[in-house]
Design a protein around this ligand. Structure first.
Ligand code: ATP
Ligand code: LTN
Length: 327
């Protein structure tokens, strides 16, 4: 059975992009593949976090995974910092496989550090893609379902795996990224040229999975639209295209059908219907989250960490042996 691994950072409330670009895909993969989903808390601390809030968010992301349909009977769910082999393999890859030349090409670091001050960005932020490679390679991952912004990082994991294998013999499986068609890049509601992001400066950029119906309606009403008034799915109307993608992914309707449904109607009608589709998904999701207790979630995460640790320990022992450490 092919192995799937992916993760989300507990760095803010999850938004529609996280669900439609990544988690929705994970849910559908669970019955066919051997799936592991991680809450990557060590990635979140590459930028400043408030400790009490971070602890809360780690459990909240775990609750969201379950309420979105990740089933602990089918998938391993765990918190990255519960499995020490991730940081251990990250360090080893830093030393024996990753090169400064690879790292300087990483666009997410350039984007994130450009927003702040490069001189003051953490070393961890720069090294973030190597930790992500360690996450993936520890579990013999074949496929990594992610949004488009993470493809470059999965490519790096492939490069590091190949380089390690060449030098020390066959150790790592070479992973492949997997994108969804319409969900791979959900754009900001306030700016269709930038991806929807938790760290956007305006809350009108994103809809979080915990937004109330009122807030969802308001954000969709305020979403930017293109010139003209017809509902057509075209590259010339990037803002509307993004809204149609969201509608299509939540309703299961094809983009062609949506165009047909709205012939002769305007943006106002379409936006109202879109808000309904999103709210119809979010309200029952939020109900499911409310029913979950921290205690239950912690039990699931502990079990997941035990299973992940078993697999990761075997791999890290093999790696250490191959590079000449005494095991
Ligand atoms: P930030 O932008 O603040 O760094 P994020 O919103 O990108 O955070 P992550 O935890 O980095 O969230 O991403 C989790 C998963 O969601 C990744 O697979 C990522 O590719 C995917 N993802 C994030 N934003 C989008 C988006 N706008 N469209 C599609 N997929 C996305
Ligand atoms: N960098 C990813 C989160 C992440 C991840 C992973 C995704 C960390 N480790 C391993 C897939 C596989 C992001 O979404 N920002």
């Amino acid at each position: 059975m092919k192995k799937i691994f992916s993760g989300v950072q507990p760095s803010g409330d999850l938004h529609l992009g996280n669900y439609l670009g990544a988690i929705k895909n994970w849910v559908s993969m669970q019955s066919e593949f051997d799936t592991t989903f991680c809450i990557v808390d060590l990635h979140a601390i590459t930028v400043a976090q408030e400790p009490v809030e971070l602890q809360r968010r780690i459990l909240d992301v775990a609750k969201a995974y379950l309420a979105l349909g990740i089933d602990p009977k089918k998938s391993t769910i765990f918190v990255q910092s519960d499995v020490r082999a991730h940081t251990e393999l990250c360090w080893i890859l830093n030393c024996v496989a990753a090169r400064m030349g690879d790292m300087e090409k990483m666009t997410q670091f350039k984007d994130k550090s450009a927003k702040g001050d490069v001189e003051r960005a953490s070393v961890g932020l720069f090294d973030y893609p190597v930790l992500m490679a360690a996450d993936i390679l520890l579990y013999d991952t074949d496929v990594v379902p992610v949004g488009e912004d993470q493809v470059q990082h999965v490519e790096l994991a492939r490069t590091l795996a190949r380089r390690f294998n060449k030098k020390f013999g066959d150790t790592f499986v070479i992973p492949q990224p997997k994108l969804t068609k319409e969900g791979k890049r959900i754009m900001g509601l306030d700016d269709p040229t930038k991806k929807m992001s938790k760290s956007a400066s305006s809350e009108y950029n994103y809809i979080t999975l915990m937004d109330t119906p009122d807030v969802v309606q308001k954000k969709i009403r305020k979403a930017v639209t293109d010139s003209g008034s017809e509902i057509v799915y075209s590259d010339e109307k990037p803002a509307l295209q993004n809204l149609i993608n969201i509608y299509s992914l939540f309703s299961g309707d094809s983009t062609e059908n949506i165009e047909k449904k709205y012939i002769g109607k305007g943006y106002g009608d379409f936006k109202n219907a879109l808000a309904d589709v999103v709210v119809n998904f979010l309200v029952p999701f939020q109900e499911r989250v409310k029913l979950m207790s921290d205690e239950d979630i912690k039990k699931i995460l502990n079990k997941g960490a035990m299973k992940a640790n078993e697999q990761a320990e075997q791999k890290i022992r093999d790696v250490k042996d191959r590079i000449g450490l005494v095991i």
